[in-house]
Write a protein that binds this ligand. Sequence first.
Ligand code: GTP
Ligand code: MG
Ligand code: ZN
Length: 298
Amino acid sequence: MLQSLDDRPLRVRNIGADVAVGDFVSIDPDGERVQHVLHRHSAFVRRASFVGNRAEAHTIAANVGTVMLLHGLTSPPNPRRLERELVLAWDSGARPVVVMTKIDLVDDPRPTVEAMQDVAPGVDVLVASGISGEGVDELRHYANDNATIALLGASGVGKSTLLNSLVGASRQATADVREGDQRGRHTTTASELVRLPSGGWLIDTPGVRAVSLWSSGRGIERAFADVFELMDHCRFRDCKHEDEPDCAVSSAVAAGTLDPRRLDSMKRLVAEEAALEAEQKAHDKTFDKRGARRPKKV
Ligand SMILES: Nc1nc2c(ncn2[C@@H]2O[C@H](COP(=O)(O)OP(=O)(O)OP(=O)(O)O)[C@@H](O)[C@H]2O)c(=O)[nH]1
Ligand SMILES: [Mg+2]
Ligand SMILES: [Zn+2]
């Protein structure tokens, strides 16, 4: 079901149309079908589970100005997950912001915040609580000029709680996390567009367990801007940053200014993206745009 901007539910079928929350669509005159999806200025896309033997793209939200990547302060920091999320966020065309939630439950958020800031060059890392309201006002200005903010993160990090706090009403259902590992219960099951009383829009999304790359644009380059900056200073243009002489990246690892896990993580993401591109190329060779098998060349 689609939502109209004045919150009237619209019963329009979107047979065959690739529509995501945040899209603007035109509807046919009898109000039954989506006619056309307007051009998206941004789209947060991840790789969905395999359909048949092929990966499919899943658009989580469209036309988003700011993507808030939520992580809970009550769990150990997860920089590897954040790196992936940042690649997707930069690729989406939206501006990423990291929000560390549940500040009311911890005494000293600094070590966790610093660990996350280390892998988020040029990105704001903020703290907030959807329960006490601390830090929530600072988040509102990201919705200035009627912009749309999408809330993303694992189940249980507090996306719906934060949305309710931003909106000032219990708009979305929330549920307790599991005691031991702080995992959520996948309470939100579909993305929802909600109007902010002060202007702008919020998109609540279901928690995703794994963030797989779809891409590709320049997401990796932006998310790893610090490593790319070092790479400019390697002696060889095709340096693999392994054991080449005068490698600025290896020197930074040796000097302790670049975490080797971050470098590994970047290499893994580059390989993942390359594999996806190869897979797509192979698919395009075998199938035409409508998914029909091309005749074998003789
Ligand atoms: N103390 C405290 N609890 C919070 C905060 N944010 C969320 N919670 C609690 O954490 C649990 C999960 O919150 P939700 O808002 O449902 O989490 P979610 O990210 O929407 O989870 P899914 O919908 O499953 O993806 C609930 O019990 C909330 O009350 C916070 O800032 N402080
Ligand atoms: Mg939720
Ligand atoms: Zn190098």
